[in-house]
Design a binder for this molecule. Sequence first.
Ligand code: FES
Ligand SMILES: [Fe+2]
Length: 339
Amino acid sequence: MLVTKQPVLRRFWYAILPMQMLDDGPQPFTLLGEKIVLWKKADGSPAAVRDRCCHRTAMLSKGFVDGDHIVCGYHGWTYDCSGACVRIPQQAADAAIPPGAQVPAYHCVEKYGYAWVALEDPLRPIPDFPEETSGRHRRILQFYQRWGTSPVRMMENSFDNAHFSYVHKANFGLFDQPQPAGYRFEETDYGFEAETLVPIRNPPESHRITGTTEPVTHRHLVNRYYLPFGRRFGCHYPASGIDHVIYNCATPIDDGSMMLAQWLYRSDTEADCPTQALIDWDEAITKEDREILEATDPDACIDARRRVEVHMASDKPGLIIRRQLMALLEAHGEREVHG
Ligand code: FES
Ligand SMILES: [Fe+2]
């Protein structure tokens, strides 16, 4: 599927960038092939419009913020968060702004420490992640990385228990136990929930993360898929009682790349396991996923009738993801587009 060729994908929220990046001024981003600019308004909330001034096409991300507005760095035309030009400095102050002095604007809000954007009216709200308000978890923005793969590949990998023994064999994977644990599935209005109990290696360098010293321990996973490109890695370590719950948005940049937004909720304290140790730990694991995913074809086929990549029970989650994405396209009169 070429994500830029499927218009329905424009009707979902995506995590674009951590809010603190906007403290440095306007920031450009490419979402589904569309160049946008984000900035922070005077009240601290984010705004997003197309990154192209309607005067002489300069990128607005090269400009600066003035109160609630973004100012083009070329001749100072100034836009509000609806994309309307509200000031042309070369005109007399009482002169009318010409009709059509406007750039497209997008839905933009802050949630979970990120600025989120929907290019067109969203079909669903940003999912509710209960750890945010549980009072038991600390939120850690782990990382924000551009990957040369597609969000479909990222999603199917997220529910693939069969890669642990290979991709993560130097880490938590049990190389001599390649038969993956099974899942319990429940399809939901947002996608699905998949529960499993996975044995993992637990070498000494993992003990602070898992909270236990057993050489082999378990992860109780309650994972969720959120259409189209969101996921929860809901890990609980039964031996220690620690929650290690990751959320990802695989934000589609273009047909060959995505931005991985990842944040973590932990139920222990900074004294139990420091923030930087948790970032380093998951970054090392995710690096292994990134290397293999960047070695796959990003034009991931979601129609399993046309290309069979599914032949093991452990491929079932990927099959459900494909079926749900196909149903989404078909419900909006679209056909899957390939390169
Ligand atoms: S190009 Fe933006 S003000 Fe002229
Ligand atoms: Fe992995």
